[in-house]
Structures are given as C-alpha cells and as structure tokens.
Design a protein around this ligand. Structure first.
Ligand code: FE
Length: 254
C-alpha cells in the first residue's frame, strides 16, 4: 500500500519531533501494510517553511536510517503547499516539490476558507503542465457549507485527496458524512493518511479502506489504491465525471 500524504520527517513541521518518533511511525506504517510513503511536510502555512532542497535531504537521511534499522519502508519526497499567489514562481525557482517529482502538486487551502484566487491559480497550475491535488477538502469550512466550490474546481481539472481519519469520523460526524458524499459524487480521487504521529493523528488507512469497501465496494478500494500508484509513477489517474452535491432543503431531504 502507498500513502501519498504523511508527515513522517523528523523536526520539520508538526509531525514527529525526533528521529525515534519518525521510526515509530515507520514501524506502524509497515504494520498497516504500507510499503511506500510520500513525505509531505507543510510549506508556507504561516508556521513552517520546507523548501525542495531541504525536503530532499531529509528524505534521503530518513531512508538511510530505515535501511540500517531494517524497516521495509521507502520514503519518497513531496510537499504540502498552503495555497499562495507565488506558488508557480517558486516552482520555477526550484523551491516547490511535486509528489515524487511527478506532475501532481499538493495544494492545501486554509481551514476556514477558499481564497478567491484559487480557481484562477489552480487553472494556471494546469497550464504549467501540473495537476493540482487539493488536500482534505472535507475539512474546509467554506467547502462544507458550499460544496459547489469544490465541484467547480474538480470540474475544472483539480483532483482531491480525502483523509482516512475524516472518513472514519475522527474529525466529527459532519466531516465523516461529507467525506462519503465526496466519494459517491466522484469528487475525490485519493485516500491518504495525513498521519502526524502514532497517538492522535495515526495512519488508520486499513480501517478507512475497510469502510470504503463496506459502503462503496471493492471497486472504490482499487480505484484509490491504483491512483496512489499512478501518482508515484507519474501516470494518468482514473477519474469519473464529478457530480453536484445537493444541499439540504427545507424538509431535511438531501
Ligand atoms: Fe498534511
């Protein structure tokens, strides 16, 4: 299994602080059946800056330790970019990292809102030859209130990644319900852990895939797993035509 969103590098963001904590996460990942992780440290989220060169160095250091410790897990480089106006400029300057140097680029929105310029920027990212993947849209307040925002972005070519813990209800009932809506409306293309540690932000990928299997069937499990594989091999992913999520009406009918 491949996890395309994970904070496993030590001392770079709000993931593990020490190498020992990273290794604890690595062992837990292996127990979950994960063989490959894309390390995606926060970048430009107002708290952390991790540019391409720094991330590549950290990834190579951690891989060396994993080999020494006999932990059968490989770490690939990635970056979780908070949306900002100059992301393409920085990409051209070599500070921005796509997922495993593919065409797929993680973009994170602020928790409460979607910037007005998001539509235009996601379009320009595609003009640059990259494919934006919006991380955990199910945890964005504005999207929860107005799913059409996400529908339009996906309809215009953006991809999205739902977090395992969201679909399991660890962020509350409404986020769980909305995550499932995103799956059934073809508004998400990846399931990933966004794990930060081994206590309150864990992998939970197996349980999430089990839930997907029960609620949507094995086809969806394969779809998400294969799409993760397509990212690391820089191939075209599978996607269906997105559907509009109907909002609650007066009589509580969805
Ligand atoms: Fe993250």
């Amino acid at each position: 299994m491949i996890d395309i969103h994970c904070h496993i590098l030590p001392g770079v963001d709000d993931g593990p602080t020490t190498l020992e904590e990273s290794l604890m996460m690595a062992r837990e990942a292996v127990n979950e059946g994960i063989k490959t992780i894309i390390a995606t440290p926060h970048h430009r989220n107002n708290r952390y800056e991790n540019n391409k060169e720094q991330i590549l160095q950290h990834v190579s250091n951690l891989n060396e330790v994993l080999v020494k410790e006999n932990i059968p897990l490989s770490i690939l480089p990635g970056q979780e970019n908070r949306i900002f106006g100059e992301v393409l400029e920085d990409y051209r300057n070599g500070e921005i990292l796509t997922l495993n140097n593919s065409k797929y680029l993680f973009i994170e929105f602020p928790t409460a809102s979607v910037p007005k310029y998001a539509d235009r920027l996601l379009y320009e990212i595609q003009i640059e030859g990259l494919t934006p993947i919006i991380v955990h849209p199910e945890r964005n307040k504005e999207i929860l209130e107005n799913p059409d925002i996400l529908y339009n972005l996906v309809n215009n070519g953006a991809l999205t990644q739902v977090t395992a813990a969201s679909i399991l209800g660890y962020f509350g009932k409404s986020i769980k319900k909305f995550s499932k809506k995103l799956v059934e409306s073809n508004l998400t293309h990846f399931l990933a852990s966004d794990a930060h540690n081994t206590h309150n932000r864990t992998f939970a990928l197996n349980n999430a895939f089990e839930l997907i299997r029960e609620d949507f069937g094995m086809d969806y499990v394969y779809l998400f797993m294969e799409n993760a594989d397509k990212v690391i091999t820089d191939s075209a992913i599978y996607k269906e035509i997105p559907l509009v999520i109907k909002k609650k009406r007066f009589f509580g009918i969805l």
